[in-house]
Structure formats: C-alpha cells, structure tokens
Design a protein around this ligand. Sequence first.
Ligand code: NAD
Ligand code: WQD
Length: 340
Amino acid sequence: MKIVVTGGAGYIGTHTCIVLLEQGHEVVIVDNLCNSKPVAVERVRELSGKDVAFYEKDVCDGEAMREIFRKEKPDAVIHFAGLKAVGESVEQPLRYYENNLGSTLTLVRVMEEFGVKNIVFSSSATVYGDVENPPLREDAALPNHAACPYGTTKLMIEQILKDYAVAHEDFNAVLLRYFNPVGAHESGRIGEDPAGIPNNLAPYIMQTVVGKRDKLHVFGNDYPTPDGTCIRDYIHVVDLAEGHAAAVKLFEKDGCGLRIYNLGTGKGYSVMEVLKAFSEAAGQEIPYVIDGRRDGDLPESYADCSKAKEELGWVAKKSLQDMCVDSLRWQRQNPDGFGE
Ligand code: NAD
Ligand code: WQD
C-alpha cells in the first residue's frame, strides 16, 4: 500500500515508517518539523535503504494536503501529527485544539475528496482517565474530558472519527490507544529526541545517565502501589510500530469499519522498577530524589491487550530490559539527539 504518514519525522512515526518499508509498503511522510528534524527522515532512508518522499508541510494546510494527495494518490493514512506535551497543553489549550483537531479535520476532508477510506489514528491511554481500574479494556466507559487539554484532543478526535464512520459505511478507521512508548531502533540511529527538559520518565532517566541531568526526580512515593510509585505499561516503540503495520493489514481485506485497540504489553512497572532496569542496563547507579506528586498522575495504568492479539494477531514481544538497552544505545550514540 502507499501510505501517507503524517508526523512521520517524529519518534513513533520514524520507527513505524521503517517497519512499513520493511513490509513492502510505500511511505510518504508529511511533517512540518515543529517537533522533529529533517535528519530523522534521512535516517529512515538510510535504515530502510529505500526512497521515501518527504513533504515539509502542515497537515492543517488543506491546499498543501490536496497537492500531496493529487500527486501521491495514497491508499491509506497513518495520522501521527499532533502536539503531545501534557503541561504545555494546559498553558496553551487553543494551540493544542487548533493543531490536533484542525489537522484531523483537514486530513479527513481531503481523504474524502480523494476517495481515500483508510486511516490509522494515534490515540492514547490518556482517554481512559480515572473512570475504570486497570487492566483497561477498549470497551471501558470514557470520561467527558481527559486530565489535560492534550488528552481531551484525543477523546474529541476519537469521537469525530466515530461520528464520521457512522455517516460513511465504507470508511475504515483504526484508533490505536498507546500506553507508554519507550525504547529505540536497535541500530541506535533513531530514537526519542525531546526538546528541552524531558517531561517523560524514560527520556529524563536517559539524559541523567549521560550526565545532561543531575538526578531523576521521582514524582511521589506515597501512592497505593507496592513501592509507592506509579505503575505504567511501558511498550517498546518497535513493538508499537509493528502494531501499526498489523492495523494496516486490516485495510487489505474487506472494509474493517471503525476499530479500537490498546497497544501495550499488559504488564505494569513502577517508577522505581524502571529506574532499576535502566541502572542495570547502564551498569551504573542513577541518582534520584523523591519529590512530591505531579498533578494529574494516576497510581496505576496498564492495558488489557487481548483484543489486539485476537483481531490483529499482534502482541508486544520486547521486554523492559530491551527498552532500556535500546534507549541507552540511542542516547549514548546521539547524546544531543538529532542535533541542531
Ligand atoms: P512526536 O512529536 O515525536 O511526533 C509528532 C510529529 O508530528 C512531529 O514530528 C511534529 O513535527 C509533527 N507535527 C505536529 N503537528 C503537525 C502538523 N500540524 N502538521 C505536520 N506535522 C505536525 O511525537 P510521537 O511521540 O511520535 O507521537 C506521535 C503521535 O502519537 C502523536 O499524535 C501523539 O499524541 C501520539 N501519542 C504519543 C505517545 C507518547 O508517549 N509518545 C503516547 C500516546 C499517543
Ligand atoms: C510515567 C511515570 C510520573 C517523569 C504521558 C502522557 C500520556 C502519554 C504517555 C501521550 C509517572 C513518573 C515522570 C519524571 C517521574 N502520552 N515520572 N519523574 O504521565 O504515564 O503518560 O506519556 O499520549 O498521555 O500523560 O508518562 O513518562 O510522563 O510518567 O517520576 O521526571 O513516571 O509521575 O508516574 P505518563 P510519564
């Protein structure tokens, strides 16, 4: 299939492009580079040994998207493009609603105009909020809004795609709810490259290992969990990428309609367990301090992954140790990420 990958220069997008290219798909990346660098696209070409079309365009720009669809005639779209920083979304809600909803509305409109009926959308475990206890199943009741505007954009986009699918019987949309993506390609050539001080646990630990940060701040050790720190379902980014390739296979059969799948491992690890795993992989102690709780953090979140296993034939294969080893290889080989 020929697949337009929006946000394909980003962390999950680059890893997914590699897997799609390995499986014989053609890939067209559309990314405005607001949170990524052109060298990431170069590395996708290098690792795959394939030519990959790249358009530095904003998905909110309807005319630019029409031009791309006219030229490339894609069969499907994977929509990664979006802003994703939780704290920033609290400070700049309009920017998040404009970019995340605007890009999706424009994209679906252009897909309709060009008769493209297949989309995979990057949703998030954040849509579950705190309504139900883990393991979280896809049919769980969802809250009206998430813990932050970023999360609410995911809830709203899911609803837009659900409504659109009701109105268009031949529309196929696979909503993938990612848990906590970690790790990097085993080559060490691509990986997560957060701008500024990392918000997320694994990038913060990695930067502490290479000496860019003094110590990890553990946000709370008084949660009702065995060691008092929060539990999350960390998933290797290459497993996640393979989940997208499995979703695309649904488009090769007859119409799949609207489907929703969790992409996680089904197993939760606490902050202290993750820190220990990184210490072992790094072969060094990683300094840390216990701080207060961070607003909005839930004690525990992990997936029930049985639906993806049954319907997509997909399961996460890589361990927490793989995530740590691969992340560290990327971080050590590229201490400044993709550079300036
Ligand atoms: P990322 O920031 O590395 O990648 C997103 C890419 O989209 C970036 O390259 C950015 O430049 C691009 N982009 C943003 N807005 C754009 C626009 N309007 N037009 C064109 N390009 C645009 O993030 P990621 O971690 O790879 O996440 C990919 C998707 O997965 C996002 O939608 C994110 O919300 C979702 N997600 C991520 C996580 C996570 O923890 N990383 C978890 C759940 C869901
Ligand atoms: C994990 C645990 C922190 C940093 C976020 C988004 C979610 C999704 C994935 C996009 C928590 C603790 C963290 C640090 C710490 N993204 N922590 N010190 O919050 O589960 O999920 O990323 O959709 O929407 O909310 O991930 O990596 O930020 O935190 O102690 O410096 O690590 O408190 O318990 P989170 P995280």
